[in-house]
Design a protein around this ligand. Structure first.
Ligand SMILES: Cc1ncc(COP(=O)(O)O)c(C=O)c1O
Length: 400
């Protein structure tokens, strides 16, 4: 099929929920992608934080092939081998005692909301306790619970009414959270680093304050590490940088190296409130995704891999800071952690920058809101790739 034939077919039969550029990705290798016309791209999007180990990774395809040959799927009515092995790895390396597996970020967030409600229902049966406080500018996914907890009205428009009982406070403004909570609040929910909302990291004092407030008022603290977890910010878990642990945490994106998976991690006190039959997912704990995730996790949790990501993250930030110093009239701030870094533009739309950089140099970057260009490479990126991507950004700014 030609490129145009693929695009025509897509436009005729697929619901048009995405705006896409006019080429078709056909294959990938390392940090590079190739389209159907043979053009090569340097990938600084990594499937929006999914393809942490890049493309064509033999370890991932071997794990997929081996588990596919053994067993692709049986119902969750039965035990399978990979899921408990993966759960053990996740729990032994984090705050968590238990894991619920599903298939995507939004599903893991829905599960977090349900488990928080169930915990409140079981522990505060005399008085209602069902409300959530989430953050403005947050993003938690596209199903109804998740958009209801997402503090960006553009995702609500046309779909109201939202789930009742959710109010919003400002990231890094503890007073605004204190005002938003009351005795009926079951949980406070936050991304330690807001990604889609513009690359805003939580302040240490803010997360520490949330933890203390939750403990004092009998509320759960829920972290969404779907985009910022699993080594993206330079530590295995983003929360490690804060000395604060949550009661529930959601994961998805890179966990199975590109195969669909979601995971909701929790402490035993939350797990104690959830009974058999309370929640389920037909494809959850999928043997193939879990078998791959075991291998991916071994790499992502390797201390030398983590320190390498830290070093490359510092390199990316320092290179972008240099670009900002050279183009202070067009770039106002560089912000982020590890290998998720945003450049805030002045008087230039981030989407225009993204398209121009890709068309001129074959470097694919993405946006985080209207004015932030987001650099989100596979974690296996090398410094030479960082030079190339930042160079493409600098060339764009010179002409803009
Ligand atoms: C922080 C965060 N939470 C939740 C989601 C939703 O994940 P999914 O698209 O897998 O449902 C995303 C996706 O971008 C995300 O970045």
């Amino acid at each position: 099929m030609t490129t145009q034939e693929v695009i025509d077919l897509e436009q005729k039969y697929i619901l048009q929920t995405y705006g896409r550029p006019t080429f078709v990705f056909e294959k990938g290798d390392g940090v590079n992608l190739y389209d159907t016309d043979g053009n090569k791209y340097l990938d600084f999007v990594s499937g929006l934080s999914v393809n942490a180990l890049g493309y064509g990774n033999k370890m991932i395809s071997d794990a997929a092939a081996s588990q596919t040959e053994k067993l692709i799927h049986v119902s969750n009515l039965y035990h399978t081998i990979p899921a408990p092995q993966l759960a053990q790895l996740l729990c032994e390396s984090s705050f968590a005692d238990r894991v619920f597996f599903c298939n995507s970020g939004t599903e893991s967030w829905e599960a977090a909301m349900k488990f928080a409600r169930k915990w409140a229902f079981k522990n505060f049966s005399d008085s209602p306790k069902y409300k959530f406080v989430a953050m403005n500018q947050s993003f938690h996914g596209r199903t109804f619970g998740s958009i209801s907890a997402t503090g960006q009205p553009k995702y609500h428009q046309g779909f109201e009414p939202m789930l009742p009982g959710i109010s919003f406070a400002d990231l890094n403004d503890l007073e605004s959270v204190e005002k938003a909570v009351d005795s009926e609040t079951a949980a406070v929910m936050v991304e330690p680093l807001q990604a889609e909302g513009g690359i805003h990291a939580a302040d240490p004092d803010f997360l520490k304050g949330l933890r203390a407030l939750c403990d004092e008022m009998g509320m759960l603290l829920v972290f969404d590490e779907i985009q910022c977890g699993l080594c993206r910010t330079g530590t295995l878990w983003c929360y490690e940088q804060y000395g604060v642990t949550p009661d529930i945490m959601t994961l998805a994106k890179p966990l199975a190296g590109g195969f669909p998976i979601g995971a909701t991690l929790m402490t035993q006190k939350v797990a104690d409130a959830v009974d058999p039959g309370d929640h389920a997912a037909t494809f959850g704990a999928h043997p193939v995704s879990c078998a791959i995730a075991i291998e991916v996790f071994k790499t992502l949790s390797d201390p030398s891999f983590i320190s390498d990501v830290q070093e490359k993250g510092e390199y990316l930030t320092s290179k972008l800071e240099q670009v900002k110093a050279d183009h202070g009239d067009k770039v106002t701030e560089i912000r982020g952690r590890g290998l998720i870094v945003g450049a805030v533009l002045k008087d230039i739309a981030a989407a225009d920058a993204m398209n121009a950089i890709r068309d001129a140099s074959g470097v694919v970057v993405c946006v985080a809101g209207p004015d932030v260009v987001r650099f989100l490479p596979p974690l296996v990126v090398e410094k030479s790739h960082i030079d190339e991507a930042v160079g493409a950004f600098a060339s764009f700014l010179e002409k803009a």
